[in-house]
Design a protein around this ligand. Structure first.
Ligand SMILES: Cc1cc2nc3c(=O)[nH]c(=O)nc-3n(C[C@H](O)[C@H](O)[C@H](O)COP(=O)(O)O)c2cc1C
Length: 344
């Protein structure tokens, strides 16, 4: 490996990070295993109440190894109530099939942004990464004044410029092959296919900020290519979904090895924001008709998706997966991370 390090941004022994995966897959055990293997672990704060986040933050600080925290930036704009109601009717048969609840009224919230920033200012971590756009400069500055390096997730050179202008210390460059939500600042933008290495090169051409690349990694050669393209480190999500320490639901895990799933696609049908998932029945039935509206659609389908996971129904669950999903293996996260560094 030639002593490659991820300094100065992540300061881990290996230039590899466990991407933040909110909603269950990222666990303290996964973070500990990745850190022990020399990688850097991101703890997702997304979807957590302020109280739960406070508990997880305290536990992570107590556990010792350096880690990062990932926050969802609040979204502006609310879905028109009639669009919400029409979509609620369209997906009612899905909920009825599972006995799940569909909230009657749209719910817009900021994912407890203020409280989470205040907790991070009071109990700082080395790295805070942001996704879904940029917050007020004052929030970035407050996190930096507390001692954190702040990273913005960007998906285009234009977003990279805006993030640099806002004063961040580095960028997570997320390619469209990435599993889970796309970090695009504009959720209505059509997500077109591109190799992550090409997005990294395009971003590196407009900024000198240090870059972490993410999206579509399927093995050590991809890691090597992303570093060669200009990334200081590479973050992987999908390849850790089947790790023994991950909190991925059994239904999601089973789908990742089910030959009935043959491709991934970007859809906003589950949450109102584009995300890459295994193409399943819900995405096929509702992908074309779904309105945009995050987090309202996230809340609308939440109980439906939770119930689908419990009932073992992969066709009504958001099966987040990047294009490298076939290479995800059921092994310890430490082994996965060490092997990913093998071509460096
Ligand atoms: C299940 C899942 C959950 C995710 N949750 C988050 C999140 O909370 N915050 C975030 O910034 N990115 C999230 N992502 C995106 C990852 O951080 C990362 O960009 C992506 O996993 C990289 O692509 P890959 O999955 O092909 O490795 C998630 C991805 C997955 C697969």
């Amino acid at each position: 490996m030639g002593g490659v390090t991820a300094a100065p941004l992540l300061q881990s022994d290996l230039p590899l990070a466990a991407a933040p995966m909110a909603g269950g897959p990222s666990t303290p055990a996964l973070a500990a295993a990745v850190s022990a293997a020399g990688g850097f672990a991101f703890l997702p704060a997304g979807y957590l109440s302020a109280e739960t986040f406070a508990d997880r933050l305290a536990a992570a600080h107590a556990a010792g190894p350096s880690f990062g925290v990932n926050l969802f930036v609040p979204q502006s704009g609310e879905i028109p109530p009639e669009a919400y109601r029409a979509y609620r009717e369209a997906i009612r048969p899905e909920a009825d099939a599972l006995g799940a609840e569909l909230p009657a009224e749209p719910r817009h919230d900021d994912d407890a942004w203020r409280e989470k920033v205040a907790l991070l200012v009071a109990h700082p971590v080395p790295v805070v990464s942001l996704t879904f756009g940029l917050p007020d400069r004052a929030d970035i500055a407050a996190l930096q004044a507390a001692g954190s390096r702040v990273l913005a997730t960007v998906t285009t050179p234009e977003e990279a410029r805006a993030a640099e202008d806002a004063g961040v210390d580095g960028l997570v460059v997320q390619g469209p092959a990435a599993g889970g939500h796309n970090g695009t600042f504009d959720p209505r933008r059509t997500i077109t296919d591109a190799a992550t290495a090409d997005v990294v090169r395009a971003v590196a051409a407009v900024t000198r900020l240090p870059l972490v690349a993410a999206g579509g990694v399927s093995g050590p050669v991809d890691v090597r290519d992303l570093v060669a393209a200009g990334a200081e480190a590479v973050a992987v999500g999908t390849l850790l979904l089947r790790a023994t320490e991950a909190g991925t639901t059994p239904t999601h895990r089973a789908a990742l090895t089910d030959p009935a799933f043959t491709t991934t696609a970007v859809t906003h049908a589950f949450t109102g924001r584009p995300a890459r998932a295994l193409r399943n029945g819900f995405a096929e039935r509702h992908g074309a008709g779904a309105p945009y509206g995050y987090p309202e659609l996230h809340h609308l389908t939440r109980d439906l998706r939770r119930t689908a996971a419990l009932r073992g129904d992969p066709h009504r669950l958001h099966l987040w997966a990047g294009t490298g999903w076939r290479s995800a293996e059921e092994r310890s996260a430490g082994e996965i991370v060490r092997e990913l560094a093998a071509a460096l």
